[in-house]
Design a binder for this molecule. Structure first.
Ligand SMILES: Cc1cc2nc3c(=O)[nH]c(=O)nc-3n(C[C@H](O)[C@H](O)[C@H](O)COP(=O)(O)O)c2cc1C
Length: 175
């Protein structure tokens, strides 16, 4: 299969939960990652996702105290993902899909710039309100995800994925 840079980034990405190198993430890189997130599609272009990047040491410490995930303890920067439940033209809500697309764009942007991360959503649930309050987020938003940003100091572990034939087919389900 012919692979270009975009496809290499997609296939190289894996969740990273290890320690990070003690190297700050330049603001230009952080901005590119955030812009990649905001460039994602959204239902009826409602743009329901908003982002807060944190690289200020005292604030990082506060977040680490509230959300003590090991990899976030050493990450030099974090991105906090917020969503807003805004109805689309057809009255349906696509905010979950919207932030999923934004997060995936950021995961790929990070990988392409040499950073590794993990989509922390399940683990964030119990402390989401506390983190949102710390960030001064408006009532109508919900904090849904934390993404550490940094250069991996340890090996990436890859999980196995089901076989292609078990999940994708041509011209009919299961054929
Ligand atoms: C919606 C969603 C929520 C997730 N929440 C967490 C989480 O709270 N903690 C965690 O360690 N990983 C979390 N992950 C990462 C998944 O565990 C990971 O993507 C999955 O095991 C597949 O591994 P891969 O990312 O290396 O392909 C989440 C992923 C998604 C898409």
């Amino acid at each position: 299969m012919e692979r270009n840079q975009t496809l290499n980034t997609i296939f190289d990405r894996a969740s990273y939960r290890g320690r990070y190198k003690d190297e700050p993430v330049p603001r230009e890189d952080m901005k590119l990652i955030l812009k990649a997130g905001l460039a994602a599609p959204s239902g009826c272009n409602r743009q329901t996702t908003s982002l807060v990047a944190v690289d200020e040491p005292a604030l990082l410490e506060e977040i680490r105290r509230i959300f003590p995930k090991p990899s976030c303890q050493t990450a030099p920067a974090l991105i906090l993902v917020f969503t807003q439940k805004i109805a689309s033209i057809d009255g349906r809500f696509y905010h979950v899909q919207d932030y999923g697309a934004a997060i995936e764009n950021m995961l790929l942007a990070m990988k392409s710039l040499g950073y590794d991360t993990c989509w922390y959503e399940g683990n964030v649930r119990s402390c989401a309100n506390e983190l949102a309050a710390l960030m001064g987020a408006p009532e109508e938003t919900e904090l849904v995800c934390v993404l550490p940003v940094g250069k991996a100091a340890e090996e990436l572990h890859r999980v196995s994925k089901k076989a292609f034939e078990e999940r994708a087919w041509f011209n009919g389900y299961g054929r």
